[in-house]
Design a protein around this ligand. Structure first.
Ligand code: URA
Ligand code: SF4
Length: 332
């Protein structure tokens, strides 16, 4: 079955679902929407009032902030898929209960399987708990993990960012700005999975054919005879001006910097960006702190190892989500 028809089938099942008590208070089900072939999937918590009215995810104020993020990172809503942990609106915006989340889980599992996104972005605590059970969002937001051949990025919920514009909103933005680079890296991981071995994203440049002395221009012969042999030592420091920002290092045991003996006419200033051997992970560049989820190495993650699942927030009293201050999103 195609992804599109499986998603339609799920939506039809959700529309008549009575597997938990939320079926009694909903106006419309909100199965999720977007491209069946989306490379990026966002997972929120539960539909709010406006989503319940319209049957569409993230159409209220949280949705406005999500839309802003999407346009900032050059993604259209139609290109991604947006889903929720539970598909029906909890009355009074109560947090979804473990029973409600468990009842609704098979729908989200099937959506993820049908779409098979390269990058899953969790928005808020409840979708985060699917992949980082027992962790705190304030501690792990923005830390990328690799598992099942894809990348996962935990982000604050947009509503939390809107409620705390001084502290949480800047973190929400900073985490969201990682999306384009992560997507590129996720595509690379997928290519490697398909081919079973690393596939070079850029072809190697043609090796230079050494000039026979007779072919070489006179000026080169003259200077080459006195040219010193120098080592290119790229002078790269993390986030030095002019260096591309690398938000996550996903390759373990990446090759170290190669020393490239080069003959030059005279000692020259070498552009380290040009001298960098592979163009992938920059030698000598440290990963930004805390980019890999604590407790799970990439090697472990890529072996498909996951930690035991535990309930999202065991034993926590249910909280009513506070309202978002109702002001225009002028602060982006
Ligand atoms: N918050 C969510 O988590 N999901 C929505 O669809 C809307 C608001
Ligand atoms: Fe069914 Fe999910 Fe809605 Fe509960 S929240 S009634 S499990 S669709």
């Amino acid at each position: 079955m195609s992804a599109a028809s499986e998603l339609e089938k799920i939506a039809r099942e959700v529309a008549v679902c009575t597997k938990c008590d939320l079926c009694r208070s909903r106006t419309n089900t909100v199965p999720g929407e977007g491209s069946p072939t989306a490379r990026v999937m966002f997972i929120g918590e539960a539909p709010g009032f406006h989503e319940d009215q319209q049957g569409r995810p993230f159409v209220g104020q949280s949705g406005q902030l999500l839309n802003k993020l999407l346009s900032t990172v050059n993604l259209q809503r139609e290109q991604v898929f947006i889903a929720n942990v539970v598909k029906c609106h909890p009355p009074q915006n109560l947090d979804p209960t473990p029973a409600q989340m468990a009842a609704c889980k098979p729908y989200l599992d099937r959506q993820i399987e049908a779409i098979n996104p390269r990058l899953i972005i969790t928005l808020g605590r409840f979708s985060m708990a699917r992949y980082w059970p027992g962790q705190r969002i304030s501690q792990i937001h923005g830390q990328v993990k690799q598992a099942d051949g894809r990348l996962y990025l935990p982000m604050f919920h947009p509503a939390a960012a809107l409620r705390d514009r001084d502290r949480t909103l800047p973190m929400f933005k900073a985490d969201g700005f990682k999306i384009p680079a992560l997507l590129e890296q996720a595509e690379e991981i997928a290519r490697n999975e398909i081919w079973g071995y690393p596939v070079e994203s850029k072809p190697d440049p043609e090796p230079a054919r050494p000039l026979a002395v007779a072919e070489a221009p006179a000026i080169f012969i003259e200077t080459a005879q006195v040219a010193p042999e120098i080592q290119l030592e790229p002078d790269i420091t993390p986030n030095a001006p002019g260096q591309p920002a690398v938000p996550v290092t996903i390759q373990e045991n990446a090759p170290g910097p190669e020393k490239v003996p080069v003959k030059v006419k005279r000692p020259a200033r070498i552009n380290p960006a040009v001298a960098e051997p592979s163009g992938e992970s920059l030698p000598g560049m440290a990963a930004l702190p805390g980019e890999i989820a604590p407790g799970l190495s990439l090697a472990e993650a890529s072996e498909g190892r996951t930690r035991p699942k535990t309930p999202a927030v065991p034993g926590k009293p249910r909280r009513k989500r506070p309202a978002i201050p109702g002001e225009q999103l002028s602060m982006w």
